[in-house]
Design a protein around this ligand. Structure first.
Ligand SMILES: [Fe+2]
Length: 298
């Protein structure tokens, strides 16, 4: 199957998931959302499978528009599950990364994380990583175009630092929810019990990893498609101590900018409170998708 037909098939699948989702959220049939989704269904049902690139991009733009409208609607209602249904994303060209919106208001995680921290953290720190990543990608493109690689070490470091900063923060925001806390269920619970013995043992391991990151960094729960089990890792800054070939599922930012204004040097108090806003639905969704990745046996 070529790339275009695959994409149209994925749109069909996504459209079906959206319909189920609207039903499960009991969105009234008179809602504008249903009207838009019906129009979209009609559009893809009448789509010729031999699409030109322009037609495909047009279809994708319409799908993205509906996705954004659904997201905005559910954000107002503080429902976070919409984040689990994504349109197939276009590749991001060099230098074109953008700051994602938070899936909740800046004050939504209070009292555990203050509005002031969230505002600074997202609008300034995260934005700086997006800008840094774009800059590094464009500089490396310039190097390829001019065949001048004299600064490749510098820009590769920048690419790693800012790229990891952008991707980890993008996961971090969705890993938290004003309706979070409690403990995981389903597949995630099963994998945690299998590998760590119990949720309690995992939580202790993860919290200690966060508390003991040297300097600034992160604690991460990752999935290894090779070993087919979970693991807990630390990373210093955004990209050191990484275990390559794993997929982050749950990440905790322990840079001082994530907690110092509110918790001062009491990092462990921040870590303890953070468990009360963990969005386990998001973590399980990430695990389900990650566990689909299967590397061929050597
Ligand atoms: Fe951060």
């Amino acid at each position: 199957m070529d790339r275009f037909s695959r994409y149209v098939n994925e749109l069909f699948l996504w459209n079906g998931q959206m319909r189920e989702f609207l039903q499960s959220e009991e969105v009234g049939k008179d809602s504008e959302l249903w009207e838009k989704l019906d129009q979209f269904t009609e559009l893809i049902e009448n789509t010729n499978r031999d699409l030109s690139t322009e037609e495909l991009l047009d279809l994708q733009a319409k799908a993205e528009q509906i996705h954004e409208e659904l997201e905005a609607y559910f954000n107002q209602k503080q429902v976070n599950e919409i984040g689990t249904i994504m349109v197939v994303e276009k590749p991001v060209p060099p230098g074109k990364h953008t700051l994602p919106n938070l899936p909740y208001a800046y004050n939504a995680l209070e009292p555990y994380i203050s509005e002031e921290i969230m505002r600074l953290h997202h609008a300034q720190h995260h934005r700086a990583y997006v800008n840094g990543l774009n800059k590094a990608e464009l500089e490396l493109k310039k190097a390829r175009d001019s065949n001048d690689f004299s600064l490749v070490k510098h820009w590769s470091r920048e690419l790693s630092f800012h790229g990891s900063g952008h991707y980890l923060h993008s996961i971090f925001w969705r890993n938290m929810s004003p309706n979070g806390g409690g403990s995981p269920e389903g597949l995630l619970k099963m994998e945690i019990d299998n590998y760590f013995g119990s949720f309690h043992a995992f939580k202790k391991h993860f919290s200690e990893s966060a508390n003991q990151v040297e300097g600034v960094g992160w604690a991460l729960l990752v999935w290894s498609p090779k070993a087919r089990h979970l693991e807990v890792l630390q990373t210093e800054r955004h990209m050191l101590l990484t275990q390559w070939d794993t997929i982050p599922l749950l990440v905790l930012d322990v840079w001082e900018h994530a907690y110092y204004l509110q918790y001062k040097n009491k990092r462990s108090e921040y870590v303890d409170n953070w468990w009360k806003i963990v969005n386990w639905h998001d973590v399980e969704m990430r695990l389900e998708k990650a566990a689909d990745s299967k590397w061929p046996a050597i």
